[in-house]
Ligand binder design. Structure first.
Ligand code: PEP
Ligand code: MG
Length: 755
């Protein structure tokens, strides 16, 4: 190919000189395109810049009609230039005009050019524009030429990023350096947060692009690669990681990538073409990121993420920044953006400055989601490419209820969300006023509202919400966020703290509910076809009683002299509960023999989550002191619909006749036998569902802290007798799987019940 003598290296040197010249922005850009055209032996070189309104505008050209500059525009996706911008990848054609996307712009006079090579102007995962060269002949551009133009594009992108060209853009549009981006994810934790991006593991933005001394830059690159490899080797060889199969596999793949010859070659070539070592890493990473943005296969995306991580490590070495995040120096109104995050990592941040959390991974039942909810931090998960689309300091809004994220929102959007946040805060204030109001319905029925909790950080919510106690303490959370199995004394210490924080309020502890979706990272996991139906919860407890007994002992010891309630998860038969009770008796006897003080009162209950218990209600009500309805699992098993699977999770309605009839059976049996029945699944925290539950006869509900206010506001306005009559009447005739939701919602609306 007819590349000019000196190739890209000479070009970069010339570009550096042009950048240093004291000329205006347009002159500088004109000089740059002329230089690129000459260097690439092209008749045309043009720069298209992405404006804030998403339109690509011709900003400079050598070879096309000068009059077209700032006149020719294209939408993203329109024409070849638009195609390159939307795909964020190069396009080389020997005959541009025969390409189906070719869009003829007569004012440019481009009809005489056939060969076309365009590359995106990429910076930190954003497409800022497109750089194009064209030739009259039907020539084929070589891979080296494509690479050379990509390297040049990086320098132009940096020029755009410094804002020098901003003045040339139409006032009302500006250059889309920081284009607004809307991303839909999955709601993890309720609330609206406005603030600025803090990357959990910040990327380095490279500013020093052009090499002074190529040999020295190659040496720097090699040294950094050597160091990164060594640090990965050390990580793998560390004893604690070596034992765990899965971690090890991930790290081994990572190590393999660190030795990937293709990747190393591309970075070395980029340095040889005249870039600094860090710019070369960034250049290769940019391509990689662009591919990542388009990749839909989760496995391949994961691998590209690995490469991204590696490049990041390299950049941190080269730019000399520490890899640790700025957790201690969190700015005000920080919104954390991370690919994924361990639940304990979130607790490291200063809670008072955190306004939200955005994750590329993490479903609603992930542990990080549980912790975010406990801390009251609005959070959205499954936001594709969140870390590539944002830069530290970007304005960002998290809507944890709708599962939406607005990156660099325009002022209208920002104002709308600020209003939403204000409204929410006002509503919270109203709920706060209800805190000390007794939770009694209009017709004088008292309903106990309790909290679901699982971490120490949950407990201040007791006082804040005025909840009557903790109706469900998920003890597995301590195990899930720990790096190793908590010892018996650590368990006891946690339970003592819980008692101390709860004061006079009762706490119902649920024994370890592990297995299924709740996996302990340090425990050998068992491969199961259907983990939700597998070896989990009380099944593990009864088969491996050592673990369950240690926990029961810790609970009994922590409760010394106080009332204690323990319940067992996933009980499927009465017999399982009887066996669990025996274990408790044995532990009690053991402690008594050793002179330990025992709880002042001990109540043992079952979680009703498995439908088989619906057909043992008489026996279970006689045997248990209380029943707690786990409607999350009961719904999943009653309708055979996986609560983790978004396709089916909301397919069936808890207010449909089959579920209401099941709940009714429980309420009737409990009342007849005098056994207390509580609801601790998510439905108890939704006002309309809570109204139905109270109508069916339930007098105790346990829910997340944020639900206490709305549910109390609802029940203060409801009349139990009326709701009860309505549901019973409707259930007589409701056919098939019919839902009572519309009828109940209509009732609430016409009776002024806030739901
Ligand atoms: C339930 O299943 O409804 C429940 C409360 O338990 P978990 O959500 O912890 O499975
Ligand atoms: Mg459950």
């Amino acid at each position: 190919m007819p590349s000019a003598p000196g190739g890209p290296r000479l070009l970069l040197r010339r570009l550096r000189e042009i950048m240093a010249e004291p000329v205006g922005a347009q002159d500088r850009l004109d000089k740059i395109v002329t230089q690129i055209a000459a260097n690439m032996v092209a008749e045309v070189c043009s720069v298209y810049v992405m404006r804030g309104d998403g339109v690509l505008e011709l900003f400079a050209t050598e070879g096309l009609n000068r009059e077209a500059v700032h006149l020719t525009v294209m939408r993203s996706g329109e024409g070849l230039v638009g195609l390159i911008a939307s795909r964020a990848e190069p396009l080389a054609l020997s005959d541009a005009q025969s390409h189906p996307a070719f869009s003829y712009k007569p004012e440019t006079g481009e009809e005489i050019y056939h060969a076309f090579l365009g590359v995106p102007l990429l910076r930190a995962g954003n497409t800022l524009g497109v750089l194009v060269v064209q030739n009259r002949t039907y020539r084929v551009y070589t891979e080296e030429e494509v690479e050379a133009l990509q390297t040049t594009a990086m320098v132009v992108a940096e020029m755009l990023a410094t804002g020098e060209l901003q003045a040339l853009a139409p006032v009302e549009t500006g250059i889309a350096l920081r284009r607004p981006v809307y991303q839909k994810g999955v709601a993890l934790a309720d609330g609206v947060g406005l603030g600025h991006v803090v990357l959990h593991e910040p990327r380095v933005v490279v500013k020093n692009l052009i090499a002074e001394n190529i040999e020295a830059e190659l040496k720097r690159l090699d040294a950094a690669i050597g160091e990164v490899r060594l640090s990965i080797d050390e990580l793998i060889e560390r004893g604690d990681v070596a034992h765990h199969g899965e971690h090890r596999e991930v790290l081994e793949t990572f190590r393999m990538f660190a030795h990937d010859q293709g990747w190393l070659r591309r970075m070395r070539e980029a340095v040889t073409s005249g870039l600094t070592a860090e710019a070369a890493v960034e250049r290769v990473q940019s391509d990689n990121r662009a591919r990542m943005l388009r990749q839909t296969d989760p496995y391949l995306r994961e691998r590209l993420h690995d490469l991204d991580d590696l490049a990041n490590r390299l950049l941190h070495r080269l730019v000399g920044r520490d890899f640790v995040t700025e957790r201690e120096n969190l700015p005000e109104n920080a919104i954390l953006v991370a690919r994924s995050m361990g639940p304990a990592a979130l607790l490291d941040y200063d809670r008072s400055r955190l306004r939200g959390l955005v994750l590329e991974e993490g479903g609603p039942t992930s542990h990080i989601a549980i912790v975010a909810r406990a801390l009251g931090i609005p959070a959205v998960g499954e936001v594709s490419n969140a870390t590539s689309l944002t830069e530290p300091g970007d304005a960002i809004i998290v809507d944890g209820a709708a599962g939406e994220v607005q990156i660099r929102p325009n002022p209208d959007v920002e104002a709308a969300y600020a209003e939403k946040a204000r409204l929410r805060a006002r509503r919270q204030e109203q709920y706060l006023k209800l805190r000390d109001v007794p939770s009694v319905t209009k017709d004088g029925v008292e309903v106990t509202l309790q909290l679901n909790a699982g971490l120490v950080v949950d407990l201040p919510h007791l006082a804040e919400t005025g909840a009557a106690g903790v109706g469900l303490f998920r003890t597995e959370l301590q195990f899930m966020i720990a790096e190793r199995m908590p010892s018996a004394s650590e368990q006891q210490a946690l339970y003592s703290t819980v008692f101390a924080e709860a004061g006079d309020r009762p706490v119902t502890f649920r024994t370890l509910d592990i297995g299924g979706d709740k996996i302990l990272p340090y425990m050998q996991s068992v491969e199961e076809e259907n983990p939700a139906l597998g070896w989990r919860a009380i099944r593990i407890g009864l088969d491996r009683p050592g673990l369950l007994r240690a926990q029961i002992r810790a609970l009994l010891k922590a409760a010394a002299g106080r009332p204690l309630k323990i319940m067992f998860p996933m009980v499927a038969t009465c017999d399982e509960f009887e066996r669990a009770k025996l274990l408790v008796e044995r532990e009690k006897a053991h402690l008594a023999n050793h002179g330990h003080p025992l709880p002042s009162d001990l109540k043992l209950g079952v979680m009703l989550e498995v439908p088989s218990l619906l057909f043992q209600l008489k026996e279970i009500c006689e045997s248990a002191d209380f029943i707690s309805l786990g409607t999350n699992d009961l719904m999943q098993f009653l309708f055979a619909s996986d609560r983790e699977n978004r396709r089916v999770a909301d397919r069936f309605d808890p207010l449909s006749a089959p579920m209401l009839r099941a709940l009714n059976m429980v309420a009737e049996h409990a009342e007849a036998s005098g056994c207390v029945a509580t609801v601790c699944g998510e439905v108890g925290g939704r006002p309309l569902e809570a109204m139905a539950l109270i109508g069916l006869g339930f007098r105790s509900l346990s829910m997340s802290p944020a639900s206490i206010g709305p549910v109390k506001a609802m029940l203060l306005e409801m009349n139990v007798a009326e709701v009860s009559a309505l549901i019973r009447e409707e259930l007589k005739t409701a056919g098939g799987g019919q839902t009572l939701r519309p009828k109940l919602a209509h009732f609430a609306e016409t009776h002024g019940i806030p739901v």
